[in-house]
Design a protein around this ligand. Structure first.
Ligand code: GDD
Ligand code: MG
Length: 347
């Protein structure tokens, strides 16, 4: 089985982290997120993945090298301009033969893909959409079905807050599902292709999938995904307990690293510092007596001695100077936090 993985979104809601790192390559549990997607697919018998993106292949070069001897094999397609979700899948058509999978590349899940493929075949569907139940469908594609699973409506980003079953971003497709997608133009599978297939009476199946599922597209979800992995709630991390501190990290023995924390290789945490519910990327430095809570610290960012960082996102190379308190703020790449009120605890 082959799978097309969409890795071309701009990652707008994860800015400014995604200003320097494409969303699929942001570290998750100290590995590029895309590794998790590919490993999940490998566990379900996928032997080749086609990644489609308007990003230049160069940006993924290191990642692709690191996967060169791993399964599944990865083929890269660079879109001359963004083709949208259906355009990108259709553009990969020549690489697939028969029934194939297509996935959003930003979903952390252990959904049973094998079961999804079996349901698709049993119903002889043109397209099968994995569904997950949420309390608020607004950020997603709301999918309505008959009792037998046949999809009757697909409403991308409904305007009102309603609970319901939404598109989990994992599809089993027959090549004919994309027959009406013209090559080289931007087409959305959610807004155009699915509604069109439904209108034409093609069998589109919605299949509620058991298992863990979360779209990691914003900072809160990115942190919560880590909490869930550290608590062992995701198949690949069963039995895991936090914190996760990489072998190559330097944590002072007096520092307090709480359970929902990930520290990447090369990161340093100084004397008496406290780190809670946060993810520290490679080569981050947290100074003595500093406090970091509910935050994402991008690669090479620095929180200096006695500084306090809460619910913040620091892009690559950003810096919070000594004693500065930064709350619910983001810093862009290389940006230095200004000093509106020095932390009360400055020593
Ligand atoms: N190659 C390529 N080209 N990929 C794209 C493009 C493009 O032009 N546009 C978006 N993508 C990729 C993104 O990288 C992501 O992996 C996926 O397509 C979905 O785009 P998002 O921008 O993350 O969409 P979303 O999260 O708002 O909504 C989508 O996912 C939800 C589930 O997480 C939709 O598919 C919803 O219906 C769904 O519920
Ligand atoms: Mg998304």
């Amino acid at each position: 089985m082959k799978a097309v993985v969409l890795v071309g979104g701009e990652g707008t809601r994860l800015r400014p982290l995604t200003e320097t790192v494409p969303k699929p390559l942001l570290p998750f549990m100290n590995r590029p997120f895309l590794d998790h997607v590919l490993d999940h697919l490998a566990r379900h018998g996928v032997d080749e993945v086609i990644c489609s993106s308007p990003y230049l292949e160069e940006r993924f070069h290191g990642f692709l090298e690191s996967r060169s001897s791993a399964r599944p094999a990865v083929t890269w397609i660079t879109e001359a301009e963004p083709l949208g979700t259906a355009g990108a899948i259709a553009g990969a058509r020549e690489h697939v033969d028969g029934t194939f999978l297509a996935l959003n590349g930003d979903v952390l899940t252990d959904i049973d893909v094998t079961g999804l493929i079996a349901a698709h075949r049993e119903h002889e569907a043109t397209a099968t959409i994995a569904l997950t139940a949420v309390d608020d469908a607004r950020p997603f594609g709301l999918v309505e079905t008959e009792e037998d699973g046949r999809v009757t409506a697909f409403r991308e980003k409904p305007e009102v807050r309603i609970p319901g079953r939404v598109n989990a971003g994992i599809y089993v497709l027959e090549p004919r599902a994309l027959d009406r997608v013209s090559p080289g133009v931007m087409v959305s599978i959610e807004r155009e292709t699915y509604p069109d297939l439904i209108r034409r009476g093609e069998p589109v199946l919605g299949q509620l999938a058991d298992g863990y599922w979360r779209d990691l597209g914003n900072p809160a979800a990115y942190l919560q995904g880590h909490v869930d992995a550290l608590d062992g709630r995701i198949e690949a991390y069963r039995g895991t307990t936090g914190p996760l501190v990489a072998a190559g990290a330097g944590v002072d023995p007096s520092a307090r690293i709480e359970e929902h924390v990930v520290v990447a290789p090369g990161a340093e945490v100084g004397r008496n510092a406290t780190v809670a519910r946060s993810v520290l990327h490679a080569d981050v430095s947290v100074g003595a007596e500093a406090v970091v809570d509910g935050s994402i610290l991008g690669a090479r960012s620095r929180v200096e001695s006695g500084a306090e960082v809460r619910e913040a996102v620091l892009a690559e190379g950003a810096r919070v100077p000594e004693g500065v308190r930064l709350v619910r703020t983001t810093l862009g790449p290389g940006e230095v936090a200004s000093d509106p009120g020095r932390a009360a605890s400055v020593r």
